[in-house]
Design a protein around this ligand. Structure first.
Ligand SMILES: *Cc1c(COP(=O)(O)O)cnc(C)c1O
Length: 387
C-alpha cells in the first residue's frame, strides 16, 4: 500500500484513473490522529538551530503546504515521471514570468504566440527592454514553426485564450528541440486532466491555477512543472529573488480544490460541448469555436493531444450592442472575466482592448450548473437580446 516516492499510499500511481489520482493527489502517508490533508502552515520562518539546511528554513523559499500542493500538481501533470518537479507561484503571470525571465538573456530570441493571453504583450515589451528578441506567430496552423530558427525558447499556448486555436505540441517541440530551443506550454485552459505537455515533448508545463484547476473563482495561483533539474533550479531561483510566492492559505485551498478537479472538469466540459452544439443552431452566432466540436478547425489536432477539450466556448454576436444586451439578459451566467469556475461566466472580450477579436466576440466559460438550466438561460438571453 505504501509508496514512499509519492507518499500517498500508491493510490496516486500513474496508471490509476484520473478521479482516483485527483482525490489522492499529493496526500502524505496517513498518520494516526492527523487530518488527511494537513492544514495550511503559516510560517515566515522555521526553527533552525545550527547550519541552515532545508527542507524548511525561510517562508519565501519553502513551505510544507506548498510541498504537498506541488506534489499533487506534479502527479497530475507528469504521472510516473520521476525527475519531474513542480513549483507553485502567486499567480499564473508569476509562473509565466519565472520561466521567461529565468531562461532568457540579452541577445536570445524567443517565440511567443501572437494570439495568447492578453498580458503577453506586456511581457514582450519587458523582454525587449532587456535586449531579448521577441518573434510572434499565430497558434493556428502551427505557424510558430516558421520563426523558430535560432530561438532559445518557444512559448506555446494551446488551446489559445480566447480564440481557442490549437497547435500540435509534439510537432512544435520536435522542431524546437532540433533548433536547440526549450519549449514551454501554457496549459491553463486544458488543465492537467485535459492535456499533459511534458508527455508531448515540452520542457515546461506552465499554468494559471486561478482558472479551472482551482475552479471556484476565489484564488490566484500559478505553477511550473518541468523535468530538467538545471532549468528548474533557475526557475526556483527566480521565485526566490522576485518573491512571487503563494500564501499558505491559497496553496491549501488549491490543494483542497484539486480533489474535485475530475468532477468539475467532466461536468463543465461535457456541458460546454452541449452548449456549443446548441449555439451552432442559432443564426445570430458566428465564429463559434470549441475544440470538442467535430468540425472545429482545432478538433483534429486537439483530439490527438488532449484528453478533454476544456470548458470555454467562444463565439461572435452581430454587434457590440447585441453582445452587451445578451450578457445583461443572462441570469445564470455572471458577466465577469476569467474562466473555469463552477459558476458560469461570460464577457465581451473586446472590452479590454488587448485581444484581436470582433466587437461582438463573447468568451463563455461553462460552469457546473445543470446543463438544461444553463442552455435555457442562454437561449432566452439570445432571444431577448434581439433588440
Ligand atoms: C489567466 C491566464 C493567465 C494568467 O494567470 P493569472 O493567474 O491571472 O496571473 C495566463 N495564461 C492564460 C492562458 C490565462 O488564461
Amino acid at each position: 500500500m505504501s509508496d514512499p516516492a509519492t507518499g500517498n499510499g500508491g493510490a496516486g500511481s500513474a496508471d490509476a484513473g484520473d478521479g482516483t489520482r485527483a482525490v489522492r493527489a499529493g496526500l502524505p502517508e496517513p498518520v494516526k490522529h492527523e487530518p488527511t490533508l494537513p492544514g495550511p502552515v503559516f510560517a515566515a520562518h522555521f526553527h533552525l538551530p545550527g547550519d541552515p539546511t532545508g527542507p524548511y528554513t525561510y517562508g519565501r523559499d519553502e513551505n510544507p503546504t506548498w510541498t504537498l500542493l506541488e506534489r499533487a500538481i506534479g502527479e497530475l501533470e507528469a504521472p510516473g515521471q520521476d525527475g519531474a518537479e513542480t513549483l507553485v507561484f502567486a499567480s499564473g503571470m508569476a509562473a509565466i514570468s519565472s520561466v521567461l525571465f529565468s531562461q532568457l538573456r540579452a541577445g536570445d530570441a524567443v517565440v511567443l504566440p501572437d494570439d495568447g493571453y492578453q498580458a503577453l504583450p506586456l511581457v514582450r515589451a519587458q523582454l525587449e527592454a532587456y535586449g531579448v528578441e521577441v518573434r510572434t506567430a499565430p497558434t493556428g496552423g502551427n505557424a510558430q514553426l516558421d520563426v523558430l530558427d535560432g530561438a532559445k525558447l518557444l512559448w506555446i499556448e494551446t488551446p489559445s485564450n480566447p480564440g481557442l486555436d490549437v497547435c500540435d505540441i509534439r510537432r512544435l517541440a520536435e522542431a524546437a528541440h532540433a533548433c536547440g530551443a526549450l519549449v514551454a506550454v501554457d496549459n491553463t485552459l486544458a488543465t492537467p486532466l485535459g492535456q499533459r505537455p511534458l508527455e508531448l515533448g515540452a520542457d515546461f508545463s506552465v499554468a494559471s491555477g486561478t482558472k479551472q484547476l482551482t475552479g471556484h473563482g476565489d484564488i490566484l495561483l500559478g505553477y511550473v512543472t518541468g523535468h530538467d533539474a538545471e532549468t528548474m533550479a533557475a526557475v526556483r531561483r527566480w521565485r526566490k529573488i522576485v518573491g512571487a510566492i503563494p500564501g499558505p492559505m491559497e496553496a491549501w485551498l488549491a490543494h483542497r480544490s484539486i480533489a474535485t478537479l475530475h468532477l468539475r472538469v467532466d461536468r463543465q466540459n461535457t456541458t460546454a460541448l452541449r452548449v456549443a452544439e446548441t449555439l451552432r443552431g442559432r443564426p445570430e452566432v458566428t465564429g463559434l469555436r470549441h475544440p470538442g466540436l467535430p468540425d472545429d478547425p482545432s478538433h483534429e489536432t486537439a483530439s490527438r493531444q488532449m484528453r478533454r477539450y476544456g470548458c470555454v466556448v467562444s463565439f461572435t454576436l452581430p454587434s457590440r450592442a447585441r453582445a452587451d444586451r445578451f450578457l445583461d439578459a443572462l441570469r445564470l451566467v455572471d458577466d465577469a472575466t476569467s474562466f473555469g469556475g463552477v459558476r458560469s461566466t461570460a464577457e465581451r472580450r473586446g472590452r479590454w482592448g488587448g485581444d484581436a477579436v470582433p466587437e461582438g466576440f463573447i468568451r463563455l466559460s461553462v460552469g457546473a450548473e445543470d446543463p438544461e438550466d444553463l442552455i435555457a438561460d442562454l437561449l432566452r438571453a439570445l432571444d431577448e437580446s434581439v433588440s
